[in-house]
Design a protein around this ligand. Sequence first.
Ligand code: ADP
Ligand code: MG
Length: 236
Amino acid sequence: MKQEIRRAEKLNTLGELAASIAHEVRNPLTVVKGFLQLMHREDKGKNYQYIGLILSELARAESIINDYLNFAKPEFKKIEKVDLGELLSDVKMLLNPLAVKEGIHLESYLEKNVVMETDKNQFKQALVNILKNAIEATPQDGRVYIKLFSNTSGIQILIKDTGKGMTKEQVSRIGTLFYTTKDKGTGLGTTVSMRIIDTMNGKVVYSSELGKGTEVKISFPPVRQEEQVREESIVG
Ligand code: ADP
Ligand code: MG
């Protein structure tokens, strides 16, 4: 594809400020949610429907706040061996209902036994955000393709769509906090994904052509021999 741009870290001070505000706001929100849930359970009267609506909007606010927090400081809490084929297959299943609803073919080729040590939930979040964008950009009867493979130069994941694509300018703005072209978009998804993949020592490269589609290439360096040796000697 024509327009390519390499993604390095796009750290944004404004984003970190936003994240610290988000952190402060989360606690009172949790209290409000608790009381509302109580009311929802006990009051089946005329406000029942309103409370349900308030709760679902609160859930939306919560998920946005979590994205902000994740952006400033992705927490890699539980590092474990993750089978990437299984993880991608989970992500695909998770987003399949959306693809079906939009009439999009979600296809994949996932190599077996590609394993990485990382925080599974963090990486899952990063992949969901990228795949969701691909589905959202693709018209009915379009195709979104996921590929996983590894070789001597490392691990690669491709997420390719036959969607509306982007101009050179749009590609250059990807990953910038708050950049969105959608009515109900937040402009957080790709920023969070890139931050997570960056923390994992990975690279994200977007290639896109307007009207044709977009390809997202996520790559990780191979696990170094010496690291494996060191791990073994720690175990031994
Ligand atoms: P949001 O999805 O809330 O708009 P994102 O950070 O996830 O925020 O994406 C930012 C913008 O990047 C999108 O609004 C869209 O314009 C563009 N974008 C991301 N992925 C794709 C894609 N696969 N095809 C076309 N445009 C994309
Ligand atoms: Mg998005």
